[in-house]
Design a binder for this molecule. Structure first.
Ligand SMILES: [Zn+2]
Length: 200
């Protein structure tokens, strides 16, 4: 007797999806050169004379502020609006970094979340919160970092990918923080920034 083999229902082959060309070009990360007048300054405690208003709100170190203004102006001519996510997302004082940190992290353990070590304790990232540097460790505390509003909107991100280097900015943590840019050129202004300063 031939064995009756139950026919398995023929599963339809899944239609092969075309691989999405995902060229991550926005992984441009270079080390920061600090402006000379930031040496020896306590992060989060910048003297007022080093800070100036940033285009779009908040304050930045005076050199980063020029580079940011130059980049915002060029973006505008290309139809892209660049602004900080909020005035607190440019320079942050130690106190405001601490307040933000305590909003997002807690001492009571949470399973499976990311942690930071601060003041000798382990702090746990609360659910749904974005990571934040510990007070004094953020480049926002030096006035050289700015978080760009809606940075991952495709047109804006494409523009940033093509232009941040020209204006002396680079990312710091990708892909998790596409909005976080910091000025990396210290006292030697990139030509596009020097030209903008000359016009001003
Ligand atoms: Zn940031």
């Amino acid at each position: 007797m031939p064995k009756v083999v139950a026919k398995k229902p023929v599963a339809k082959k899944p239609v092969a999806k075309k691989p999405v060309a995902r060229k991550v070009a926005w992984d441009y990360i270079v080390p920061v050169k600090l402006p000379a007048d930031l040496k020896g300054v306590t992060p989060g405690k910048l003297p007022e004379h080093l800070l100036v208003p940033a285009v779009g709100g908040g304050k930045l170190h005076h050199i980063a502020a020029i580079a940011w203004a130059a980049m915002v102006a060029k973006a505008k001519t290309d139809g892209i609006i660049l602004k900080p996510t909020s005035s607190g997302d440019c320079y942050r004082s130690y106190a405001s970094q601490l307040a933000g940190f305590k909003q997002r992290y807690q001492l009571a353990p949470i399973a499976g979340t990311s942690t930071k070590s601060f003041e000798g304790s382990t702090w746990y990232l609360k659910k749904g919160m974005a990571m934040l540097a510990t007070p004094g460790r953020s480049q926002h505390n030096l006035g050289i970092a700015v978080d760009v509003h809606s940075a991952s909107e495709p047109k804006r991100l494409a523009w940033l990918v093509a232009n941040v280097k020209t204006f002396g900015f680079s990312w710091e943590v990708v892909p998790s923080e596409p909005w976080h840019l910091r000025y990396v050129c210290g006292d030697s202004l990139p030509p596009a920034v020097a030209a903008f300063k000359g016009q001003g």
